[in-house]
Design a protein around this ligand. Sequence first.
Ligand code: OMP
Length: 265
Amino acid sequence: MTFLEKHILRQQQTKTQLCVGIDPDITKIPEYYHSLSNPIASFGKDVVEATSHIATSYKLNFAFYEQYGKLGYEALEKTIASIPKDIITIADAKRGDIGNTSKAYAEAVFTQLNFDAITVSPYMGQDSLEPFLAYESKGVFVLALTSNAGSFDFQRKIVDGKKLYETVIERCMEYNQKGTLGFVVGATHPAELAFIRASVPTVPFLIPGIGAQGGDAKETMDANNGGPAFFNVSRAILYPTMAYPSYKDAVRMKAEEYASLLPTI
Ligand code: OMP
């Protein structure tokens, strides 16, 4: 089964398009985790337990694990192991290097860690992406138009008469021989999201930026116009501010709130 087939099946169960982002930050998790042997692993397990009834996918951002060294790597493995097998897992690692090195990155993420999909940077070109695209069933999300302010620095520059991100999309579509390629498009630019969606109506998008970065769920869904999508929400679910009987309850409520804002169509 390809990652997209798995995602469609999962969406039929949950009736939402919510991708829960797990970006563990020790300074933001409740105090009581701090005394546990691996606070990040325990936090991840609780987040998965609180949200797995509603999450269509999980995106684990590697930076938030790698910053804790050995404990972080252990937490990454334990968190992946705690995710039910019918839910898509996305390694947010933003890889991409010379082909020989990308091959090793792909082996690590797809074979060793067994993620369903990965985020990659297109900057080093075709040979840097091919080792990821060689996997029949794994998804490869290429950064196209990112959600941050820095997206104005390069991605919109006019090169050969068009914006650089348009060229990235056009060229990457030529590499999409197995239908496993998708794009990362930020929720913070709904008009451009709509424009990009119109150019590639059936390609899966990973769409971060809803919640903490200001992207609006409804506006983003409208801009996506029903295309296959993984709408990611990380901090707005992981670090709820409201008072509930327990932290896990608060995370569950927030996830359910976003899930209902991001229904399947
Ligand atoms: P929140 O802003 O807390 O919801 O987190 C967004 C997540 O998506 C983080 O893990 C970011 O690293 C990631 N992200 C973006 O925010 N913007 C992008 O353009 C691309 C990504 C990503 O590739 O996931």
